[in-house]
Design a protein around this ligand. Structure first.
Ligand code: TYD
Ligand code: MG
Length: 464
């Protein structure tokens, strides 16, 4: 008996989406406890095939889709920060996922985008499963969007939504959020992995067949209570993440996957009382609060997607009161910090043993580039030696385990941006081929020991 029931059963981890044939207290793949729940198989016999009946009978979808993908028609929102992240505008009949923490501003962003696309000629339906149409309307009023012809609906039953879409034939539908949607053919609670996955699957298939673009909102939570949108990332053409720190006004829209444009592209917005405003010059924003030169503070000339972004790295190094010294990082990779500390210690004789190390990227920015290595090393030594670097200097470059400095991509773009913002010096790795210096005084170095000696040379860095 028990065997028969487990055979048809299907256990899914609500945190990572891993499936197994038997229940266990802890998920093998993500190691979370109590996240495994029994769920009905997705292809559940006649029930679901009956439900698909309404959109059967087209035989050439694949051919249609192929020809349309070859020459995607795009609609721009007229908001550069958004259009760039989309790869140059919204592609007709594409499926997008916009993920982010609750309350970060996803609904605000998409309502504003919906209004822009509607003004530019698309028929847009905004479906909220979280707010009533009244609430959405009130928000639209506050954002000054009431003139835009967006159709609103408050619904979470996907069957009803698909019927409506069939009748209305819009160009774009926005689903806010995919976690609130539910299908009557799936016997699991809304927000569970099976519901989210099936709902996303039905929506994207339907939208592609009917040539409708669909944007789905997905909340990401760390505690695994709500199924993460990660389980549907592979189903969509484009995955955008909307990020930002709560205490800060600005928000980053980042393309982590894009079938129709470059990934890693970012758009920068600022949350104001009238909704999200574009930030055309993010470097100026990230460096706005910089005061006089302080030890531990370094300006890193970075690249996000295709655009240069300058931001400030701050380090603090202090004697540790405990035997286990702390390493705390905000906005950068902790593993990478450990590596830089090890290289500094073994190749340059700058030990950090017994010292607490704090590293922070100012303004709530998150850096994913290894090109920040040298700037991090500079901030760490500057903090340790209590020696400020000149305030008109930018730093970038990758550090290898041998202590050698490796050139990074788009050096000229970084230099140009630094020059535009009034910097006069740049410390960077030796370039193999000669490029322009954008009018900056370049200090090119080959390895980390040389950097330490040249910049902090006058000091006895090894004498702790
Ligand atoms: P919201 O778009 O509802 O977030 P999400 O859909 O990602 O959960 O945004 C919520 C936050 O944005 C809320 O804390 C208030 C703030 N906000 C503004 O600061 N200005 C505005 O004009 C709007 C509409 C929201
Ligand atoms: Mg919302």
């Amino acid at each position: 008996m028990a065997k028969a029931s487990t055979k048809s059963a299907h256990f899914t981890c609500q945190s990572c989406g891993a499936t197994s044939t038997k229940w266990s207290g802890r998920c093998e793949s993500c190691k979370e406890w109590n996240t495994i729940v029994e769920e009905k198989p997705l292809s559940d016999g006649p029930k679901s095939s009956k439900a698909m009946g309404g959109i059967r009978g087209k035989h050439l979808e694949l051919t249609d889709l192929a020809t349309k993908q070859a020459a995607p028609t795009r609609t721009t929102a007229g908001v550069d920060e958004l259009d760039r992240v989309l790869g140059g505008g919204l592609v007709a009949a594409s499926a997008l996922l916009v993920g982010g923490d609750p309350g970060i501003g996803k609904s605000t962003l998409l309502l504003q985008a919906a209004a822009r696309f509607a003004r530019n000629g698309l028929k847009v339906i905004y479906i909220s499963g979280e707010e009533s149409t009244n609430q959405v309307q009130m928000r639209a009023e506050r954002l000054g969007l009431t003139e835009s012809p967006v159709l609103l609906a408050s619904e979470s039953n996907l069957r009803d939504i698909l019927t409506t879409l069939d009748n209305e034939s819009p160009d774009l539908v926005i689903i806010d959020s995919i976690q609130t949607m539910w299908l009557d053919t799936v016997e699991a609670a809304p927000g569970s992995v099976s519901q989210v996955r099936s709902a996303a699957h039905e929506l994207t298939t339907f939208a592609k067949r009917n040539h409708i673009a669909v944007i789905m909102v997905g909340h990401v939570t760390k505690d695994g209570q709500i199924a993460g949108p990660r389980v549907i990332e592979h189903m969509v053409d484009t995955v955008l993440y909307f990020e930002g720190e709560r205490g800060h006004q600005f928000r980053l829209l980042r393309a982590v996957k894009n079938r129709f444009g470059p990934a890693d592209e970012i758009g920068v917005f600022e949350m104001t009382s009238k909704g999200l405003a574009e930030v055309k010059n993010p470097s100026a924003l990230f460096l706005a609060d910089r005061g006089k030169p302080t030890p531990g503070s370094v300006v890193f000339a970075g690249i996000e997607g295709s655009r240069p972004v300058l931001c400030e790295l701050q380090a603090l190094v202090a004697p540790s009161p405990t035997p286990n010294a702390r390493r705390s990082v905000v906005g950068w990779d902790g593993g990478r910090l450990a590596m830089i500390l090890a290289v500094l210690e073994s190749r340059c004789g700058v030990p950090f043993t017994g010292l607490d190390v704090y590293l922070n990227v100012a303004g709530g920015m998150r850096i994913n580039e290894t090109g920040a290595d040298l700037a991090v090393a500079a901030a760490l030594i500057s903090a340790r030696e209590d020696a400020a670097l000149p305030s008109d200097c930018v730093i970038f470059g990758e550090i290898s385990l041998s202590g050698a400095l490796r050139p990074v991509a788009q050096t000229e773009n970084r230099l140009k941006e630094a020059q535009k913002l009034g910097f006069t010096t740049a410390i960077c790795p030796q370039q193999k081929k000669r490029g322009g210096d954008a009018g900056l005084d370049l200090k090119q170095m080959t390895d980390l020991p040389e950097f330490v000696e040249q910049i902090f040379g006058a000091r006895d860095v090894s004498g702790a």
